[in-house]
Design a protein around this ligand. Sequence first.
Ligand code: ADP
Ligand code: MG
Length: 707
Amino acid sequence: MSDPGVSLKELEDRPLTDLHGVGEQTSASLSKVGIDTILDLISYYPRRYIDRSKEATVDSLQSGEEGMVLVNIEKVRSRRMRSRKTLVEVTASDATGSLKLVFFNQPWREKQLNQGRDAVVFGKADIYQGQLQMTNPIVDLVGDRTGRIVAVYPQSGVAKLHSWDVDRLVAEALRRVMKVRGFADPVPSEILKKYRLVDRSAAYKGIHRPDSMSEVSEARRRLVFDELFRIQLELLQRKKIIEKTSIGIDHSNEENLTEPFLRKLSFELTDSQRRVMDEISKDLQKEIPMHRLLQGDVGSGKTIIAVFTLLKAVQGGHQGALMAPTEVLAEQHYLGISKLLGDLIVEDSTTLLGDRPVQVDILTNRTSSVDRKRITRGLEDGTVDFIIGTHSLIQESVSFNSLGAVVIDEQHRFGVEQRASLKEKNRDGRVPDVLVMTATPIPRTAAMTVYGDLDVSVLDELPPGRIPIVTRWEADDAIVWEAVKEEVNSGRQAYVVCPLIEDSEKLQVHSAEEVYKGLSEGPLKDFQLGLLHGRLDKENKEETMNSFRSGKIDVLVATTVIEVGVDVHNASIMVILDAARFGMAQLHQLRGRVGRGEHPSQCFLVGDATTKEAEERIKAMVRTTDGFELAEVDLELRGEGTVMGERQKGRNDLRLASLRRDKEWVEIARTEASEIVMERDLASIKELAEEVTLFLGESEADYLLKS
Ligand code: ADP
Ligand code: MG
C-alpha cells in the first residue's frame, strides 16, 4: 500500500491551536459549539450553500415571497424610534439591483453588518415605499469568498462565531491535510467502487469547499455512508461478541405446555403470530441467548406470543418472567394470563403424582409482605414457574432458581439499565432469552439503526374480524358528549383522556379532577363516572379499574395512566381532550384502548391544533389506524430525534445522515457491515475498527447494547 494518509484519529488528537491564528480565545469560543479538535472542526458541516451563479438575484425577488440572495453591504444606519426601540436600516446590493434590510430592535446589527461585507440574507421580500425590502431577515455573513459556491456554516451568537471564521479554519485544516498525505480511507475500495462513492479526501473537500452543487451531493453520499456504516459495524460486531461469549439455555424440549396452550385458544392464530412464534422457537433452540424485539401494533396479539415464549422455558423446567411498566398493566396481564393458562400441568418429581399445575404469580409494589415472602421463596426454589410483575422483579432481593426467558412488555417505558438487570438474575451466570415487545412501531430502517443489535420480529396483521375504529377531529366538544351518551345508553363504555400537562403531575391531576367534576355535573350527569390518575393510592386505582372492567363505571375519566395495555372489550368510545398536546405514539396507544371487541368503535380528538405539526399529526390519526404508517409520518414530522433520542448520544449523532431521507443507505450500510463482521471480522481491518472505536467509544457502545 502506498502512503496511508491522515486518519480521523490523528485529527482527533490535534488541538485547534495547531491552526494558524487560533489562540486561546478562538479555541474557547469554538469549544462552545462543540469544536475541540481538528476532527470536530471538519465534521462541522455547512448548513447550506449558495450558488452565486444561480441563486436568486435581487432583481428576481418577488414581493410577498421568501427568497435568498447574496448581497454586498453598502450603507448601515441606526436610529431610535419613538417607541425607544432601535431601528437598523441597511442598504445592500448585488449586480442586479439594490435591497433594503430593516431590523427592529436588534441594535447589534449595526456593528455586525459592516460596509463592504458580503452577506447571505433570507426572508420575505416586500415593496415598501417603492423600494424592495426585507424585514428582520436571517443573515449569514460569508466574508469575501471567491468561488462559485459559498458554504454557509451554522453560526453562534454566544460563541461569537461567524460562518466565515469556520470557513477560514476549515479551509486551513483541509489544506494542511492535503499538503501532507491526504486522508486515509479505511473503507475497503470494493465497497467504494460498488456504490460509486468518492474517496475521503474528495468527500471532505466537496462538503466544505465545493466547486459545484453536484460535488456537494457526491460528498454528502460518502459521508452519510460513513456515519451509518460505523454504527452498523459497531452494532453487529457487538452482537457477534455477545453471541460468542454469553451462554444461554437451549430450550429444545417436548411441547407439553405450549401445545395444549395453543390448542385451547378460542381463536385461530394469525399468520403473523405463527411466523413470529417460529422465529422465536428457532432462537430458543440455540444456546445463544435470544435478543429479539417484537414490534406489533396495538391489538395485534402480542400477549399470546409472550405467553408462548415463557411457556417454552417453563416446560423445560425453567422459569419465565413477564415485566410490565405499570401496576395496572401487570394486574391485567395476571388476570388474563391466569385465565389463559387454566389448569396446565408441569412435571414436578417432588410431588406425589409427579406433576402439579403451572404456578403463576404476580409481584408488584402492592404485593403484601406475606405474599412477597412466599413468592420470592418460590422464585428461588423454582416452585413459581411464571412470574408477572413490574419493576419489583428487578429488585436485588429477587433471585431465581433458573430464569429461562424474559419478556419485557412496552419496552419504551423502561430505562436501558432496568432492562439489562433482569438478564443477570441467574446464579449460574446463564443468560435468559430475552424478548422485548413494543406497540410503538418505528420504521424498519430506523429500527435497524436504533435496535440494530437485536433481531426483529414484526406482527404485521391484526386478528380477523376487528372493526376499524372511526376517528374524528372535533373542535367543539358538545357533539362529542352527545356521542358518548348515545354509546353508553346502548350499553357500551367510554374513556375520556384529560389534557396532557407536561412535567407537572400535580397540574395534570388537577385538570383531571376538573374534567371529572365538570362532566359529572354537566353533560354526563346521568351516568356513572370514574376517575383514574397517577396520584390515587393503589386500592383506589384497583377498585376503579375493577369497576370499569365489570361495567359498574360507564365513563372512565383518566390521565395517560391508561395509555398502555388496558383491555376492556366493552369500551367503544375514546375521547381525547386537547389532542394537539399529545405525541403521535401516545395518541395511537390511547386510541388502541378501544376497538378491542366486537363493537364498532369511535375515537374523538378534541380541540384546535396549536401548530402545523400538531395539525398534520391529528390528520394522520384521522386518516389511518396503521401504527407503522403513523410511525413513518411521525418520523417525517419530527425527524430522527424521535427514534434516536434514548439510544444515540454524543459522537455518534447522525450529522448528515437522515433516517428519513437516507433509507437506502441504512440498508446498504447494514448489508456491507454484516458482510465484514460475519465473513471477516472487524478487527481484520484495523483502521476501520479504530475508527469505529473513535466514534462510538467503549462506553457509548456499551450503552447502545444494554437493551
Ligand atoms: P397487544 O398486541 O396490543 O398486546 P393483545 O395481546 O392484548 O394485543 O391482544 C388483543 C386482543 O386480541 C386480546 O383480547 C386477544 O385475546 C385477542 N387475540 C389475540 N390473538 C388473536 C387471534 N389470532 N384471533 C383473535 N383474537 C386474538
Ligand atoms: Mg399488550
